[in-house]
Design a protein around this ligand. Sequence first.
Ligand SMILES: NC(=O)c1ccc[n+]([C@@H]2O[C@H](COP(=O)([O-])OP(=O)(O)OC[C@H]3O[C@@H](n4cnc5c(N)ncnc54)[C@H](O)[C@@H]3O)[C@@H](O)[C@H]2O)c1
Ligand SMILES: [Zn+2]
Ligand SMILES: [Zn+2]
Length: 341
Amino acid sequence: MKSVAIKGVKEFEIKEIAEPEINHKDVVIEVTKCGICGSDIHYWVGGGPVGLVMGHEFCGKVIDAGDREDLKVGDRVTALPISPCGHCSACLKGNPQYCSETWTYATGLSLTNPGALTEKIRVRSDMVMKVPDNITDEEVSMVEPTAVGLHAIHLADIKVGDRVLVVGGGIIGLVSAMFAKMEGASYVAVSETNEQRGEKAVKLGVADEWFDAKREDTIPNLIAKTDGGFDFVIECCGNSAAVSSALTVVKPGGTVVLVGVATGPVTIPTVLAVMRELTVKGAIAYTKEEFATCIDLMATKQINALKFVDDIVGFEEVQHSYERLTSGQDDAIKILVDPKK
Ligand SMILES: NC(=O)c1ccc[n+]([C@@H]2O[C@H](COP(=O)([O-])OP(=O)(O)OC[C@H]3O[C@@H](n4cnc5c(N)ncnc54)[C@H](O)[C@@H]3O)[C@@H](O)[C@H]2O)c1
Ligand SMILES: [Zn+2]
Ligand SMILES: [Zn+2]
């Protein structure tokens, strides 16, 4: 079957890989939609591991239900792409994101477990979730990134009336902004280096205002706007400039949640956190409950994740889509891949 695999720095190839074997334990799924994620972009930019088939945000139909007696052929499903051990103390407490094995065999993020940029995938049966009929395949493929934003906002613990800045208006930033409003934030701003994305954050209704992170007066403007700083800053980029800006515009005693992932060490002025007694928290992935909550919020129409989807492309257009998403000038937020397109 066809797959899209990393070939080198910023380079993909479409290549044949073996179909997943049925082992009556794991669930085999025919992929219907798969999202391109900002984390996948880090691997593509880095050029490796060569041969990696990415894609950890997906919707599909069950081909073989494995050991899941509650599933049948044809059921529409998604799955948590992570690989927690299931028996350590973190797993038993419902925090798989702390498990040391969570990323070892992650779907689409490890060579041993190809992701959904192909036609069929095999995933751990305990990670599979059936989805209701009233959410589309496109929405289902948005569950994973939506859950990332929900987890970050749960960690922030926003109170009604708080002021929140989201640094970075990619999909993770925008869903975080959306949930910050739902939690009762009275003012949500987004800072962006990409003007098109900044404007879009406001147009889509998730931010009250956006600020151009390239302008020198943005930091003083943000501080003046909030009378001394934001209650919470959700950092969704991971680079040094972005993390430093987050530490600068949060109020004394405020909280910065770091969601952006850096592939190397990042230089930041830690003195800002010391002198103003900031709380700095990391946020990684989600719990199973948060994943299920996102499915539920979509099914009950309390959130609309479809508004973040800009395009649906075939395998041939994946390379170009990555180029669009990294151009810094395109307003596309989320591009989905359809293996049948
Ligand atoms: N912690 C987690 O569980 C988790 C999960 C998924 C993604 N991520 C990470 O979160 C980050 C965001 O993901 P995404 O899919 O939205 O990526 P993305 O690349 O689409 O979005 C990042 C945005 O940040 C903007 N940006 C860059 N530098 C900036 C600056 N100095 N100030 C303001 N904006 C700036 C870019 O223009 C871009 O729009 C990535 O680093 C990704 O790896 C983390
Ligand atoms: Zn992702
Ligand atoms: Zn574990």
